[in-house]
Design a protein around this ligand. Structure first.
Ligand SMILES: Nc1nc2c(c(=O)[nH]1)N[C@H]1C(S)=C(S)[C@@H](COP(=O)(O)O)O[C@H]1N2
Ligand SMILES: [Mo]
Length: 455
């Protein structure tokens, strides 16, 4: 079998490069070439199969008396000695055959690699957890691997006992572990006016989900003797050169959901994701999840920092800006089949994707294969966590005719993900942040899947 098809079992992987109209053409040419290769390989395998004894073809080794065991054509891994464990100790890495599954930058999107983004390969992931090495990255001034023994967290402002804590002191405290998604407010930003990028990695890849471990921020504030009556907002500050500072309302912190986290998927945070300490603000856009967290200040009004007065504001159709759009509204996307993939033949497919809401749990996801005329309810894979990615699956038999695949999420508050028409009526077409419109993928007769928008 052509390895390209193993991961999903059904379709080719999204091609590597993309962006710009030229990029899209390249993608499609690549895709066509890949498909021809697949068909050729399949024919070759079938022809070779004819020469194999019937028992072998069925997977049963044929006993030979005193003969050469190689006559069975057993692969080396079935006859030889495999590799040993590493006496030096080891940290396991993915198979070399999975090397194409990686975070990718969007060529031309940023001028430097330090103030940049790398997108998670959503089309290659299963379930809801993003492997830590594939978690998307968004840095404003580069990432650091900070020595945890030197890192400090200061708590000041409207508190009776300002504190400076070491990592050891933080890690001694009672901890919690919770699954949450993080989505950059600028996810899907390129698509406000028209289709701009070809694959789900680039349309939705500033999105990840991990099990985070840490101490509820409220615990630290209480230790410091916080004035919970008059303290209404917290300022969170990062230790990197970007001076990332964000205002977090106390209403979110009082619920116990906001964490000062050091753990991600069972181990310490990755340097790219804020090692050794980051703020986890469930449901809120990524920018508020301050990495390399060094200071928490309690105050009585929003701080209007540069990252919330100049950046991360929404341009509305009337020319005014909306500030402090905190919670991410319900959103979903089909990850397979998705842009850049190629269906090999008509017949059965499992349509799969992800849904999430900053307001709580996902309650339902509907899927359409005819551009939104008819909808069927997808299966949600449990357990469904609040403010976490939720995996959905639904059966589909493709008849070989053009089809437009869409998913529409609904959360436990009853909020329904909008169409582009509905979203643009409220937000216009010139925004950057908070695009949660329904995504459409066109499956063409030749099996190629394309990013499209319906008017
Ligand atoms: N200190 C610091 N924190 C930061 C940033 C940063 O550049 N520096 N980027 C923010 C933005 S805009 C996002 S979307 C998330 C991205 O987190 P990740 O890189 O772990 O995916 O971190 C936020 N926290
Ligand atoms: Mo972001």
């Amino acid at each position: 079998m052509n390895h390209e098809n193993i991961n999903s079992g059904r379709v080719r992987k999204a091609p590597e490069n993309f962006l710009s109209q030229d990029g899209i053409r390249t993608v499609m040419e690549e895709a066509k070439r890949g498909r021809r290769d697949f068909i050729r390989t399949a024919f070759a395998a079938a022809a070779a199969g004819a020469a194999v004894p019937a028992a072998l073809a069925q997977g049963n080794p044929v006993p030979t008396e005193g003969g050469d065991p190689n006559i069975l054509n057993l692969p080396e891994h079935s006859t030889g000695l495999g590799q040993g464990v590493n006496p030096e100790g080891s940290y396991g890495m993915p198979s070399k055959y999975e090397a194409h599954v990686k975070r990718r930058i969007s060529p031309g999107l940023t001028q430097t690699t330090q103030a940049s983004v790398s997108f998670a390969p959503l089309q290659s992931l299963f379930g809801i957890v993003t492997p830590s090495g594939l978690h998307f990255e968004r840095h404003h001034q580069g990432w650091w691997d900070i020595d945890p023994s030197k890192h400090r967290l200061m708590i000041n402002g409207m508190v009776k006992r300002p504190m400076v804590l070491t990592m050891d002191e933080i890690m001694r405290l009672p901890s919690v572990s919770r699954f949450h998604f993080i989505e950059c407010g600028a996810n899907t930003a390129a698509e406000w006016g028209n289709v701009a990028v070809p694959t789900v990695q680039y349309t939705h890849g500033m999105l990840s989900c991990s099990e985070f471990t840490g101490v509820p921020l409220i615990t630290l504030l209480e230790m410091a003797g916080a004035d919970l009556k008059n303290g209404k907002f917290v300022l969170a500050e990062g230790a990197d050169g970007s001076s990332m500072t964000r205002t977090i309302p106390m209403s979110l912190i009082l619920s116990g959901e906001v964490l000062v986290a050091y753990g991600q998927n069972g181990e310490m945070l990755r340097p790219e994701n804020g090692y050794p300490l980051r703020l986890v603000v469930p449901g809120v856009q990524g920018v508020s999840w301050v990495k390399y967290l060094r200071r928490i200040e309690l105050g009585d009004k929003p701080y209007a920092t540069k990252d919330e007065a100049v950046h991360y504001i929404d341009l509305m159709p009337d020319g005014l800006h909306r500030q402090y759009s905190n919670l991410q509204e319900a959103k979903s996307v089909i990850t397979t089949p998705s842009g850049g993939q190629v269906l090999l033949d008509k017949g059965f497919y499992n349509i799969t994707g992800l849904a999430w809401s900053g307001f709580g749990k996902i309650k339902r996801v509907d899927v359409s294969v005819d551009g939104g005329r008819n909808w069927r309810t997808a299966r949600l894979e449990g357990p469904v966590h609040s403010k976490a990615l939720t995996r959905f699956n639904i059966d589909w038999v493709w008849d070989g005719k053009p089809a437009i695949l869409q998913s529409r999420a609904m959360d436990e508050t009853g909020f329904v993900q909008p169409t582009y028409k509905q979203l643009r009526a409220v937000r216009g077409t010139r925004s950057i942040y908070h695009n949660n419109a329904i995504q459409s993928w066109l499956v063409q007769e030749n099996g190629e899947v394309k990013n499209v928008q319906l008017s």
